[in-house]
Design a protein around this ligand. Structure first.
Ligand SMILES: [Zn+2]
Length: 334
């Protein structure tokens, strides 16, 4: 792994069918574990790191106070990173050395995540009311070396890299400015949006499709945002600005999306999802399009319970779009 290429491998939650195939997710949202011990350990280690005199001292401190004490979720994640070629200890020390002000500024934010557990649990209980079939993965909160916002672990849990959800007015991102990693300041999400993100990710554990085409992918993201909105009653984090932009440009966005859908080009997906924000529109507007289709499908359905199941499972994206009638909103039939 080249050290000249600094940190920031853009990584998204891999949405797939692996989660519900494991025994880890629990049917009772009251039994979901929110594991934050890795965040606590990270900052204890960080404080001790200042006493390290040599690079070897730093490696020893990192291992003794963070890596060796890792939760099973963090251990699994780091084993996967090692398999991908990351020298984990080196990357952690490189991140801390390259962005000291950033890390110092997020300490209290990441430690405050404990206070958000109640909001997450309450939303999951509502999610269960909406969808009695729902199962809930345990959630591991960790501090990473700025390369993974979050992912599903093969063991069935969710892992969140809290350094990606620590943006407040006091977060210092000046070290990224003017570097190729300035985009990081766009990728980092507001701290108060974390519960929304966590609930959104639990909904990905309920899909019943392996399709990865544009419409299915956009619907998975939009449905996850829509159900999360129903459970929390408000948008949080990046979704606030996304919906403001989307609502102001809804018809234009739909027409662009429709032409991409009909064009069938494989790389069209990167205009709507998983983009780096370097295009001519805000990134990830596929979440918005998927949300509007899900919302419209739900609004027209007479059997609301079944409608929730239909959109969460995303078993037939084409049928959902057609029955929603969303395309007709702009005077066109599909
Ligand atoms: Zn998602």
């Amino acid at each position: 792994m080249k050290k000249a290429v600094l940190l920031f491998v853009y990584f998204y939650f891999a949405v797939n069918g692996a989660v519900y195939a494991t025994s880890n997710p629990k049917p009772d949202p009251g039994r979901v574990k929110f594991i934050t011990s890795d965040v606590d350990n990270f900052w204890k280690m960080h404080a001790r790191l200042k006493k390290a005199k040599t690079y070897e001292d730093s490696v020893t401190t990192l291992k003794k106070y963070y890596l060796d004490k890792a939760s099973s979720g963090l251990k699994e994640h780091l084993a996967d990173e090692t398999k991908k070629g990351f020298e984990v200890a080196e990357w952690y020390l490189l991140a801390l050395k390259s962005y000291p002000k950033f890390f110092a500024s997020i300490k209290q934010h990441t430690l405050s995540i404990n206070q958000q557990k109640k909001a997450m649990q309450a939303a999951m209980i509502k999610e269960k009311e909406l969808n009695p079939n729902a199962v809930f993965p345990d959630i591991y909160f960790v501090v990473g070396f700025i390369n993974t916002p979050g992912r599903f672990l093969n063991s069935g849990s969710i892992l969140i890299g809290t350094e990606f959800y620590a943006l407040t007015a006091t977060t210092d991102t000046t070290e990224f400015a003017g570097t190729p990693f300035a985009v990081f300041t766009e990728a980092i999400e507001p701290l108060d949006g974390l519960p929304f993100t966590v609930v959104h990710e639990t909904i990905h554990a309920q899909h019943r499709t392996d399709r990865k085409d544009l419409l299915t992918s956009v619907l998975k993201e939009g449905v996850a945002d829509f159900i999360t909105y129903l459970t929390m009653g408000e948008f949080k984090g990046g979704t606030v600005a996304m919906h403001a932009y989307g609502n102001a440009n809804e018809e234009k966005l739909w027409k662009l999306f429709k032409s991409d859908l009909e064009g069938g080009k494989k790389d069209a997906i990167y205009r709507w999802l998983y983009s780096d924000g370097s295009g001519d529109m805000p990134r990830d507007l596929g979440y918005y399009i998927g949300y509007k289709i899900a919302e419209t499908y739900y609004a027209q359905a007479t059997d609301k319970k079944q409608a929730i199941v239909d959109i969460i499972e995303v078993a037939d994206a084409d049928k959902i779009l057609e029955q929603s009638g969303y395309a007709n909103k702009f005077g066109a039939t599909r």
